[in-house]
Design a protein. Structure first.
Length: 177
């Protein structure tokens, strides 16, 4: 199993369980419970593949779970900071709903095969889950602003790397001695 696939599995299980436990919307809680039970049903499939030596050791899964958890924390943190900076964090500046809704929305967008990297899906799902006084369209635009900010940071990082590479600092040709 690829690490990115496992990260999605961890993200979806954690986020849907938290939405079920803490959402005040009855429809969201019910759908989250159905998704959570569906993900639990997949455990026998894992046991089936384990018998076929398809799945690695439990210690490997524990390490992968730790790495995936750190990944989700470090990806949700900047989103919360962005939302707090523009004065828009869900449920009265509480970090928990903002992070859980981000996590769930990101996973739903990521697994949407009809939209490259969940463009548009992430924003709409987040705007549906989060409770704001703001109408839906401006909220979607603010959430999309985070995607633009991440893209700009990625571009600046790439440009910086290319500048260093061109000047021979990283990955440049080394003189044979």
């Amino acid at each position: 199993m690829r690490a990115s696939t496992y990260a999605i599995i961890i993200g979806i299980i954690v986020s849907i369980l938290e939405i079920y436990l803490f959402s005040s919307n009855e429809l969201h809680s019910t759908l989250a419970l159905v998704l959570f039970l569906g993900s639990i049903v997949t455990i026998p499939l894992a046991l089936y593949f384990k018998k076929r030596s398809f799945i690695t050791l439990i210690t490997t899964y524990a390490q992968l779970t730790a790495v995936c958890t750190v990944f989700w924390v470090f990806s949700a943190g900047p989103f919360y900071s962005y939302m707090a900076a523009i004065g828009m964090s869900a449920a009265g500046n509480c970090i928990f709903p903002t992070v859980v809704y981000y996590l769930f929305s990101f996973v739903v967008g990521f697994v949407s095969i009809f939209s490259p990297h969940g463009t548009g899906i992430f924003e709409v799902v987040y705007s549906e889950l989060a409770t704001f006084e703001l109408p839906r369209t401006p909220l979607i635009i603010f959430v999309a602003g985070f995607r633009v900010l991440v893209m700009l940071c990625d571009m600046l990082t790439w440009i910086g790397y290319m500048q260093i590479k061109i000047s021979g600092g990283v990955g440049g040709k080394q003189d044979a001695q």
